[in-house]
Design a protein around this ligand. Sequence first.
Ligand SMILES: *[C@@H]1O[C@H](CO)[C@@H](O)[C@H](O)[C@H]1NC(C)=O
Length: 341
Amino acid sequence: MWFGTLVIVISCCFSTLYTEENIPIVVTTWKFINSTVKAWEVLKEGGEALDAIELGASVCEKQQCDGTVGYGGSPDENGETTLDALIMNGKTMNVGAVGALRGIKDAISVARHVLEHTKHSFLVGELATQFAVEMGFHRETLVTPQSKEMWKKWFNEDHCQPNFWMNVKPDPRKSCGPYSKQSSKKYDEDIEGHMKVDRYNHDTIGMVAIDKNGDVAAGTSTNGAKFKIPGRIGDSPIPGSGAYADNTVGGAAATGDGDIMLRFLPSFLAVEEMRRGSSPTSAARVAVERIVAYYPDFMGAVVALSKVGKHGAACHGITSFPYVVHDTTQESYKVIEVKCS
Ligand SMILES: *[C@@H]1O[C@H](CO)[C@@H](O)[C@H](O)[C@H]1NC(C)=O
């Protein structure tokens, strides 16, 4: 009894004494280095985490990172690019998000305007565009010669393969639409459909930042899934799914097969696991394993950052997952490659 008490006392005081805060810090999904460097510039100068997230993700929107962020990538079935973005303030637990945003390149900045200039949290589609224009954003086409070519090849040469339809006629595995519904007893068997999400079809930028005041912010930006059905919104702009932030715990961001991931709120789950005392790595693992239990073939990753600046990630369905960290412990950014389950 006595010995047990002693151990508890020691572990209490050691952890108190040696909890070094590694802030400010930013972590970013994949190898989106330019965005990370931009966010770090903001944080290093004493700037706010929210600004770091907005300006950092904006870099990827402008540079069309991997073709999966920003304009001119991932055309939908009509050949149009639409954008999804989220920004979350972990101090106020306020959120700004846009989904299926048309004709505006600066998705995360529009999300920031939803956060700061409305009492709402989420605006979508053409009506989000109207809001953005009222806020002073410039409307322009998001189609580029490259995205037009991509769409033409899919439509003309590949006969609309792959696509996201099921239980419709004509057979979506062979034909383009328009489709009409067809009931099928094989619904469960077909639940995964036939669309294999490849690496360049899921590279959402997700970022979590903590500024010098300990304020946590998180955000995402993406142009969604290639050849999505128009109107589709993935996990990225959904609070708790694409990203989540809570000053009292930390934050998390997720990337991968968004249609599946958003059913599990993996970023929220990772933050809640850290709240219960898990390390960022095991918190991320719990969030990923929850999805794997239902969808063993799913592809995705979660990166988690605790409020003291410890970080970790977990992933599934690919060999490894890289994320970028920038903090005061090193002169430059660092890419960390996590082996996946
Ligand atoms: C990063 O930014 C530099 C200069 O702005 C640019 O040349 C480079 O292509 C960018 N890297 C990526 C991966 O987009």
